[in-house]
Structure formats: C-alpha cells, structure tokens
Design a protein around this ligand. Structure first.
Ligand code: SAM
Length: 267
C-alpha cells in the first residue's frame, strides 16, 4: 500500500468510527468502561472522563506511567475523542495544559464537544498529523499516545517530531502495539488489519532502534500483555472482518502485543 492511500484509509475509517461513536480497533465491547478497566484504567480515573470520550480504541493507560504533575504541558498524539486528554487534564491541574492532535476532523469535533460538555478549560484539540505536529519546538513536558503510532506510515518521522516538541528533560509515555515476530504477508497486506492496529505495527527491536536513533534517552519498550487488538475469536465485527480477510492464518495473539514505550529528551 502506498503511504498516501494508507493514510486516507486510516482517516476515513476513524472518521466513520467517530461519526458512529463506535469501535474500529482494539476490542470493541458493549461496555466501554469494562473494556477500559481491563486495559488499566481505575474506576476513579474513569469518573473524570466523559463517557462519550471513551470509544474503546485504546490499548493501555499511558497516563499511568507518565507521572504527570501539576503544571505539566501534555501533548496527546492521536487524541481521538479526547479520552486520555481529559484524564491528563485532571492530573495537571489548573496550571497545566493539554493539547490533543488528531488528523481526523470528526475526532477533533467530537473531542471539542466533549470538552464543552464538561466545561473543560486548559485543553485544546488541534487538527494535524503526528508526522508533522502543529506544535512549537521545546514546548511540551510529556508526550502521551494511545494505540496510534502503529497506524503511522512514517514512525521515524513521528519520533523526530516528538523529540523536536519536547522540552529538554521532557518525557514520553506511550501505549501502543508492537510485533513479536514478522506478520504473514496476507495479514501485512490486509487493509482491515492495518486500520485494526495490527498490520502497521513494527517489531519491538525496530521500535527500540527508532527511539534511540532520534536521540531519546532512558528508552524502554515493555510488553504489557497480549494484544487487546482485534481478537479473532471475539464477536467483534472488525476482528471478524480481519479474520475473514486473512482466513487460515494463526491468531494475531502469536504476533501482536500491547507495549508501553518510555523515554526522555536529555538536557
Ligand atoms: C486507535 S484510535 C486511538 C484514539 C485515542 N488515542 C484513544 O485511545 O481513544 C487512533 C486515532 O489516531 C488518529 N490517527 C491515526 N493516524 C494518525 C496520524 N498519522 N496523525 C494524526 N492522527 C492519527 C485517528 O484519527 C484516531 O483518532
């Protein structure tokens, strides 16, 4: 797939998901709160997030490892309907600020509506691509992201951009999907598997190489658990359509895991 076409497919798919408030990736479940709890969100955390911001598109809880503190400026890459932005906002307080960036205008609109509903201050949602962030150099304390970088067609560029926008000493706390071994070519070529956060994922070793290459320090990619993405056995329509498109292959669980990605920009 060429990169322009892939990006359009991802944008169209998540635009549709935002309009339908439904689920496209990472275990759509009827009870989104239950899903969020299963990937590491506490009940107290879910209380501060508007229910409409939880589209069950996440694969971990990046704010749990970000050690956010009062006054931090946080950037969320691929912010969707604002799920982690609202949680981050509750941790950085009135003196902090949260910026969400997403390339899908339906998601930006939805996140803005959610912010208005709860009268959230100090949070803004910017339309843009994570490979070309609409954010100033050296301006961010913590970059978070949840189940997004696997969808990028240029992961090196994403991490170069992260490095550019971080203040010296700034940190990353990212939840994502990575591979334990190379995917069979049928899965690799499947559009459904790409949108479903599987086919665009890279090997863990490759992930670590990119982090170091852009200059991040204290980098770490930790396996967080088996992938919650697109369970072929589940009664999940996206998982099932991927499963149909790659019928006969082994379950994704053999290849795909959820990971936490950490690092910092040195002084
Ligand atoms: C799997 S969803 C995760 C949404 C959100 N992080 C959450 O946990 O609810 C992926 C999101 O990333 C956005 N996205 C995908 N690729 C992107 C890119 N290259 N630049 C900006 N946003 C992107 C999509 O529009 C979508 O909102």
């Amino acid at each position: 797939m060429d990169t322009k076409r892939t990006k359009k497919i991802v944008k169209d798919a998540y635009g549709r998901i935002a309009r339908e408030s439904g689920c496209g990736c990472c275990n759509p479940v009827s009870d989104r709160r239950e899903f969020a709890r299963s990937i590491g969100y506490s009940e107290a955390e879910l209380e501060v997030i508007p229910d409409e911001a939880n589209l069950a598109l996440s694969c971990g809880n990046p704010t749990a490892l970000a050690s956010l503190k009062e006054g931090d400026i946080v950037l969320d890459l691929g912010s969707g309907a604002g799920f982690d932005c609202f949680l981050a906002l509750s941790k950085v307080g009135k003196t902090g600020r949260v910026i969400g960036v997403d390339m899908t205008h339906e998601m930006i609109e939805k996140a803005g509506e959610n912010a208005s509903k709860i009268g959230a201050q100090n949070v803004e949602f910017r339309l843009g691509e994570i490979e070309n962030l609409p954010v100033a150099d050296n301006s961010i304390d913590v970059v978070i992201s949840n189940c997004v970088i696997n969808l990028s067609v240029d992961k090196e560029k994403v991490f170069e951009e992260i490095y550019r926008v971080l203040k010296p000493g700034g940190r990353i706390a990212i939840s994502d999907v990575a591979l334990l071994k190379k995917l069979p070519s049928r899965i690799k070529k499947s559009v459904e598997a790409y949108v479903g956060c599987v086919a665009g994922a890279v090997l863990i070793d490759e992930y670590e190489k990119i982090l170091k290459m852009v200059g991040l320090k204290n980098t770490r990619v930790t396996i967080k658990g088996t992938s919650s993405c697109c369970d072929q056995d589940a009664s999940d329509p996206v998982g099932k359509s991927i499963s149909d498109s790659v019928r006969g292959d082994k379950p994704f669980k053999e290849y795909v895991v959820n990971v936490y990605v950490e690092g910092m920009k040195g002084f």
